[in-house]
Ligand binder design. Structure first.
Ligand code: NFE
Length: 510
């Protein structure tokens, strides 16, 4: 048996990520299993969207940067309009702020449901249990017939994309598996409804055409408000009555996954969803470094490139460059390695929850999380883990769905949807927001009415970064390093850790 692990590409994430590692036996013989060492996460493609933006009209940026990703396009659009708003000296008007929140909230809910059911759940749910299904649910019977006929035909990849898979400790109870599989199908419909919600004010999704600096082009008519509200009710019911109970069921069946995949233990959040015109956010910015909460300081960010396939030096994104160097010595990834004050930080729902939990000024998150910890018997130190990340994503979905009704209520029906603006001949702007997967920043400079420089630091750039200039492993690499693996030829534990971060490599390499 080889002791090496090589997963390339790692499936059920977005984009092309490879994970390579060595393992060593635990104890005197291999009977105790193995432990991962020397892990490397490789972003395997280059895109160059920052370079494509140079020389273009600044207004093109929110359209082009949305093409970085089909899963979180709204976040790129928001980061881009924030950077432009700063450069143009404006802020969104009342409706503009709310409409931007409503489009983004629809995309968040879609993305979190996608992640749990369609990307991560099959790490735990046994899809082959459908072969034992004897009930009358039409969708499950159709799935059963499809798996049976694919196996009987001897397809090269029978029942793809569900199989092949790494073998391991999947859920054993047939009824629980069937319930989760039927929710897998239901979640497809919920995601469609979320897209429709976003399109009510975003005009279309993915890649909304309606986002503009200062707000949105769609007037909030009463028809649109009611259309959004009726869909939000369905999505909220799904999150409350299906997603959260399923999540707790999986957590109850795999409690040891609160013990693995801890990661760097440092967290960063830029803050997201403006709740008033003074910049207060639903989830506030902050960093949690060595257990201590700190106010966000964007000056602390540097993108390291020693082990990334770029020839420029390590720089702050305000001065950042993107100079590809495919044959660079000792480089093993197309992802840069951003660091915060030199620290390796994790971003994403868990980072939003923990930075807000420890933020002395924001008690509502602490109250919510303490309530969940009490009800589940968990302690807060178990949250940095595979299941802690899933739990944070599920809780955030519920909080956001609830809050979104309030933003809908606050709209001024038929009122102006955006602030007007002029584009200056020169200017600079920074757009900071939180995408579903974490802290997202766009840095813009305008020269002679054109984009001079455009740099993005994207959530998965933080999480899936390679080693930095000091040799520190990236956040996902740290979460995998040292993990016990029963059988290196079936590294199911590694897949579970990586997917708990919900990586998007298309975004990370942009
Ligand atoms: Ni392509 Fe994205 C999110 C952003 S992740 S999905 O969420 O920004 O790097």
């Amino acid at each position: 048996m080889t002791n090496s692990i090589s997963i390339s590409p790692l499936t059920r994430i977005e984009g092309h990520l490879a994970v390579h590692a060595e393992t060593e036996p635990v104890g005197d013989d291999a009977g105790g299993g193995f432990r991962v060492k020397d892990v490397r996460c490789e972003g395997e493609m280059f895109r160059g969207i920052e370079t494509i933006l140079q020389g273009r009209d600044p207004l093109d940026a929110q359209q082009i940067t949305q093409r970085i990703c089909g899963v979180c396009p709204v976040s790129h659009g928001i980061a881009s309009v924030r950077a432009q708003e700063m450069a143009y000296g404006i802020t969104p008007n009342h409706n503009g702020r709310l409409l931007q929140n409503l489009i983004l909230a629809a995309n968040y809910l879609q993305s979190h449901v996608l992640h749990f059911y369609h990307l991560a759940a099959l790490d735990f749910v046994d899809v082959t249990a459908v072969l034992k299904y004897t009930g009358g649910d039409k969708q499950l019977l159709a799935l059963k017939t499809w798996v049976e006929s694919s196996l009987a035909r001897g397809d090269v990849f029978p029942a793809a994309p569900f199989l092949p898979r790494y073998e391991g400790d999947y859920l054993g109870d047939v009824d629980v598996n069937m319930s989760l599989l039927s929710h897998y199908v239901q979640a497809l419909e919920i995601r469609k409804i979320c897209h429709e919600m976003g399109a009510v004010f975003g005009a279309r999704l993915p890649h909304t055409t309606a986002l503009v600096p200062g707000g949105c082009t769609q007037v909030p008519t009463i028809e649109r408000v009611l259309s959004y509200a009726s869909r939000l009710k369905k999505v909220t019911a799904f999150v409350r009555d299906v997603y959260l109970p399923d999540l707790l069921q999986v957590a109850g069946a795999f409690p040891e996954h609160f013990e693995i995949g801890r990661g760097s233990g440092n967290f960063l959040c830029y803050g997201v969803f403006e709740v008033n015109s003074s910049g207060k956010k639903f989830l506030e910015p902050g960093a949690l470094i060595d257990g201590t909460w700190k106010a966000l300081d964007v000056g602390e960010i540097v993108e390291h490139v020693d082990h990334s396939r770029f020839s420029q030096t390590s720089l702050h994104p305000r001065k950042g460059r993107t100079e590809p160097d495919p044959h660079k010595q000792n480089a093993y990834s197309w992802i840069k390695a951003p660091r915060y004050g030199g620290h390796v930080v994790e971003v994403g729902p868990l980072a939003r929850v923990l930075t807000n939990y420890h933020n002395p000024a924001n008690s509502w998150v602490k109250k919510e999380v303490d309530g969940v910890l009490k009800a589940t018997g968990l302690s807060a130190d178990k949250l940095p883990s595979v299941l802690g990340r899933h739990l944070a994503r599920g809780l955030e979905s519920m909080w956001l769905a609830r809050q979104t009704f309030k933003w809908l209520d606050e709209l001024e029906v038929d009122g102006p949807p955006a602030q007007s603006f002029d584009i200056p001949s020169t200017g600079t702007g920074v757009g900071l927001t939180e995408a579903p997967r974490g802290a997202l920043g766009h840095w813009l400079s305008i020269e002679d009415y054109r984009i001079g420089r455009y740099q993005c630091i994207v959530p998965t750039t933080w999480n899936c970064s390679p080693r930095d200039d000091r040799g520190q492993l990236g956040a996902v690499e740290q979460a995998i390093e040292g993990t016990p693996v029963k059988d290196p030829s079936q590294p199911i534990e590694v897949g579970r850790i990586v997917r708990s971060f919900d990586p998007c490599i298309a975004c990370a390499v942009h």
